[in-house]
Design a protein around this ligand. Structure first.
Ligand code: PEP
Ligand code: MN
Length: 461
């Protein structure tokens, strides 16, 4: 047992230290995208309870992720971050979580081979329950109701009752995150998948369709590498893809600050709802509440940067979020759109480089490429997604910076939400077959592996 007193140096589980007022300074600052909770007393009761619950992640794990991201910042590793746009309580099942993990493991194996770098695996998982919205209301058939803001806030069903914000849902976010994380930890440490097994899955995937032959050369190279390892006495069957981290958008600040704890090792604050948190494109105001909250926590933090981001914005975010320039602390996730990345990203990278700051550069090729299909489904084209990734690599190669990773919305099943794919194509007509996302369109299992193979090829160009 670890000791529990405030003076303890022996545990990194910051369970018993008194709260630090720095976790609440955001309250004095305007906060965008917060729900209008109908009953502040009920909200207070829930957040009071959340402050008493055990942390979902350990501060030391957040530090480990920061070390891994520092390697990415130095060009010595690659980040794969992916999962749902919006997790839902209903999708907390062994099948859904298991398929997502398997997909990320398979992609990581392909990308490790392609990049010849360790791949840091971070899920958009175990906490990704809140969504920013461009409009706070939605009108359907002449009826206007509050927009769906994620299962953390209200229900997707288009009824007044479901759409009413309910703070009791924040407690459910904690419970569903805990259940998800528990399964993720069991699956990653329980030896379900070693490297050879993951490669066998990839081979099975390629065997499923003649189009998979396209990647035969890469798969064949990996076969050869596994044989080489066995022959050299390094047993690939014992290389398990164990390390896995969680992340989500730190959007609902009442929830995030209720799950912020003082680390008894150092006195530093950590958001213990996930290993890494990010600030979205709509809440990244330098003087806004989300940046104010994030600047006091010691987790690795990311910020989404859309096409309107100026280099002054980027430099101000660095100053505010990473004044000590700690490698691995700050990640910039650009989400420019395929048609803008080659024009907009270079200036940001150049100015950040010139300032001497070292950030992790990651490409989100999803959010700048969304459009509405003729049948009304929100979708994205696989080709546009690949084009943005290609542009991201081109920009970084031209400037001598490291294309540090990719941030994707994906799922492990065969949904039909994004259009295209070179192995199993989804057409616009097919979007209605299995469109299951509660928010943005996700790559399905096949499109995700397809993307990983194509990205591996970009590395080898
Ligand atoms: C998201 O990641 O789901 C999202 C809303 O992204 P962004 O903030 O980049 O628009
Ligand atoms: Mn999204």
């Amino acid at each position: 047992m670890s000791s529990t007193g405030p003076s303890s140096q022996t545990t990194d589980f910051p369970t018993t230290l008194p709260p630090d007022p720095k976790a609440d300074t955001w309250r004095a600052v305007p906060a965008a995208q917060q729900p209008e909770w109908p009953d502040p007393g009920a909200l207070r009761a829930v957040t009071d309870e959340l402050t008493t619950l055990p942390p979902l992640v350990a501060a030391s794990e957040c530090d480990t992720l920061r070390d891994r991201l520092a390697a990415v910042a130095r060009g010595e590793a690659f980040l794969l971050q992916g999962g749902d746009c919006a997790e839902t309580f209903d999708s907390v099942t062994a099948d859904q979580i298991g398929h997502k993990l398997k997909t990320l493991w398979q992609m990581a194996a392909i990308l490790t081979y392609g990049s010849e770098l360790p791949v840091v695996k971070v899920g958009r998982i175990a906490g990704q329950y809140a969504k920013p919205r461009s409009s706070s209301e939605e009108t359907l058939g002449g009826v206007t109701l509050p927009s769906y803001r994620g299962d953390a806030v209200n229900g997707l069903e288009f009824t007044p009752q479901a759409r009413r914000p309910d703070p009791g849902r924040l407690r459910q976010v904690y419970d569903h995150s805990a259940a998800t994380l528990n399964f993720v930890r069991a699956a990653t440490s329980g030896g379900i998948a070693d490297l050879a097994q993951v490669h066998t899955w990839n081979r099975e995937f390629l065997g499923l369709s003649p189009a998979g032959q396209r990647y035969e050369h890469l798969a064949g190279d990996i076969d050869g590498m596994l044989r080489f390892m066995r022959a050299s006495g390094a047993d690939p069957d014992r290389l398990s893809p164990t390390e896995f981290f969680t992340s989500h958008e730190a959007l609902i600040l009442d929830y995030e600050s209720a799950l912020t704890r003082v680390d008894s090792r150092t006195g530093a604050l950590y958001d213990v709802a996930g290993h890494m948190v990010w600030i979205g494109e709509r809440t990244r105001q330098v003087d806004g509440a989300h940046v104010e909250f994030a600047r006091h926590i010691s987790n690795p933090v990311a910020v989404k940067l859309g096409p309107a981001t100026t280099s002054d914005d980027a430099l101000a975010l660095i100053e505010r979020l990473d004044p000590e320039r700690r490698p691995g602390r700050l990640t910039f996730i650009s989400r420019m759109g395929a048609d803008q990345i080659r024009e907009k990203l270079p200036r940001l990278v150049e100015k950040v480089q010139a300032s001497g700051a070292q950030v992790v550069w990651v490409c989100d090729p999803m959010h700048g490429n969304t459009y509405t299909a003729p049948d009304g489904h929100k979708t994205r084209r696989f080709d546009a997604i690949m084009d943005e990734i290609t542009g991201f690599f081109e920009v970084h190669r031209a400037l001598g910076s490291h294309p540090g990773g990719i941030h994707l919305e994906l799922t492990g099943t065969s949904v039909t939400e994004c259009v295209g794919g070179t192995v199993e194509e989804v057409t616009e007509d097919e979007l209605g077959f299995r469109y299951e996302s509660a928010c943005d369109p996700r790559l399905n299992h096949s499109q995700s592996l397809d993307l990983a193979f194509l990205t591996a090829e970009i590395f080898r160009r």
